[in-house]
Design a protein around this ligand. Structure first.
Ligand SMILES: Nc1nc(=O)c2c([nH]1)NC[C@@H]1CN(c3ccc(C(=O)N[C@@H](CCC(=O)O)C(=O)O)cc3)C=[N+]21
Length: 297
């Protein structure tokens, strides 16, 4: 029998390896490596950890990583100037501006300044619109990674009852779009949803993306459902001790009922980075006018 625990870390490692092979093929044809630029403003420790992990994964996959670390007091104009410079740089296929930005910066206008064909996060309105209307764009990394894990376990998702808890632009909404594209019957639940436990109990697929530690309880899960936990909540421990990471789902409780469930850490998080590399590879092919073979990735 397959294990209940969905090993996102191992799945992502295999995916990154295949991406690495494709990146080498790209480099042989194009005479350059795919390039990803990551912009980090300020000193948020968690953001620094993510950016370091992204850099390492990018280089390991045979891609060029351009890191731009800017001080917390960077002005809106200076950040927009950097984005424009990256838009014009032919070696840069993908641009990621790490969120959240410091309070004095306007995230929406920074995202709007990224060229849509380099927006490997899939956050630009043009890419959100393409996802909603069926065009060729970039899909946000976390939801796409969740779809890959779901299809790996369930195969065809058509006709499945899916409940997405959370309606953010970066996870909940694109997650719902992707599930709809897979012909699932999709409910988006949120803080105003009436009787959330009852709504979740109907679901064959539960995607939790609310950012509240262990909010989804084990007895909300229908027997046999597949549970995808997008939450990464830091529970601080004592002085000098590392924070503990927990998801939005009570793992121990949910595992009893679920047929499959992602852990935190080691579930969705590593998939996000692997899909970022995938999107960068796609961007590189499109920008060079080379065909990208979807099969096998
Ligand atoms: N423009 C932008 N794009 C993003 O994709 C983006 C962002 N901003 N801001 C922050 C969030 C968060 N995010 C994660 C990526 C990997 C892990 C990951 O690999 N997590 C490990 C644990 C890492 C740890 O120990 O902290 C795991 O879940 O196993 C987590 C979170 C990307 N984000």
């Amino acid at each position: 029998m397959t294990e209940k625990r969905i090993d996102g870390k191992a799945f992502a490692a295999r995916l990154r390896e295949r991406i690495g092979e494709r990146a080498a093929e790209f480099a042989a044809k194009a005479g350059r490596k795919p390039g990803l630029a990551v912009v980090l403003v300020g000193e948020d420790p968690a953001s620094h950890v993510y950016v370091r992990n992204k850099h390492k994964a990018t280089v390991e996959a045979g891609m060029e990583s351009f890191e731009h670390r800017l001080p917390a007091e960077t002005s809106q104009d200076a950040l927009l100037d950097l984005v424009e410079q990256l838009n014009l740089d032919d070696k840069v296929d993908g641009i990621l501006v790490q969120l959240p930005l410091p309070d004095h910066l306007d995230e929406q206008s920074v995202i709007a300044a990224i060229a849509p064909d380099k927006d490997v996060d899939g956050f630009h309105v043009v890419n959100a619109g393409r996802l909603a209307t069926g065009g060729e764009g970039f899909v946000p990394c976390t939801p796409y990674g969740c779809i890959m894990l779901l299809k790996d376990r369930l195969g065809d998702l058509s006709g499945k009852d899916a409940v997405v808890i959370g309606r953010s632009n970066i996870v909940g909404k694109p997650m719902a779009q992707l599930l709809l594209n897979e012909n699932a019957t999709v409910t988006i639940a949120h803080s105003r949803t009436k009787d959330l436990p009852e709504v979740v109990r109907r679901a064959d697929i539960v995607v939790a993306a609310v950012g509240r530690a262990e909010m989804v309880k084990g007895d909300w899960i229908k027997p046999g459902a597949v549970v995808i936990d997008v939450g990464i909540n830091r529970i601080e421990r004592g002085e000098g001790e590392k924070a503990r990471l927990v998801g939005d789902v009570d793992y121990a409780g949910a595992e009893e009922n679920a047929s499959a469930i992602t852990p935190v850490p080691g579930g969705v998080g590593p998939m996000t980075i692997a899909v970022l590399l995938r999107n960068t590879l796609v961007a590189a092919h499109r920008r060079e006018g080379l065909a990208f073979e979807e099969a096998g990735l």
